[in-house]
Write a protein that binds this ligand. Sequence first.
Ligand SMILES: C[S@@+](CC[C@H](N)C(=O)[O-])C[C@H]1O[C@@H](n2cnc3c(N)ncnc32)[C@H](O)[C@@H]1O
Length: 215
Amino acid sequence: MKELIRKIAHGIGFEIHKYNGLKPMSNYVNNNLKGELVGVEIGTHIGLNAEQMLKKMNLKKLYIIDPYTDKDWKDGTCMEIVYGNISKILEEMQKRLEVYFEQGKCLHLKTSSSNAASEIPNELDFVYVDGNHDYEHTLQDLRVYYSKLKQGGVLGGHDFNSPQFTEVTNAVIDFAKEKDLQLYSHIQDFWFIKGRPRQSNDLGYKEREGEFDLI
Ligand SMILES: C[S@@+](CC[C@H](N)C(=O)[O-])C[C@H]1O[C@@H](n2cnc3c(N)ncnc32)[C@H](O)[C@@H]1O
């Protein structure tokens, strides 16, 4: 029964957070990267994931990038139904993260990920990609922000192996091949470690019960 519920939840893209509110990639970063970290989230929406990262990780600074224009988000109409209009979504994010803006721990760049790149420092510890989910944008985000990571830094994001977002999955797999990188994935999160090459011919992940998982 539990397994059936898990499969249905996965099918509709619902996430079971096993890691004290942190998503799997953030949990990996939290457990493996030392010191005060500087990171980026591409696509912040109402700020739920950013809030968890700011609360639970040792962050010096989190840059959040989101233009808050519905043309940048394929399911914009869907979001409007759920949350009201875009300006309400922006307001909700600002309210949720207010304390972190005041502390100087979080900075919002209200533009697209491609425009923001030149304003973000290099030598980043991690980047979480969850912005425009089409193939071209996802691949571009991976390419551009991989180059901004320090050696050993972590690049990843959301909606890998998700039934609704096959373009994300395809972009992630093509990027893994292009850079010959080891791909890790768990519960729709994926991630790469800068400089860690693929260790076998099977891309470094395996499919288990309809999900990709660490080898
Ligand atoms: C799935 S939501 C992000 C959810 C958030 N990461 C979380 O887990 O709480 C996607 C967001 O990406 C933003 N977005 C769309 N295109 C973008 C782009 N080119 N650059 C940055 N953000 C973008 C949308 O405005 C939307 O708020």
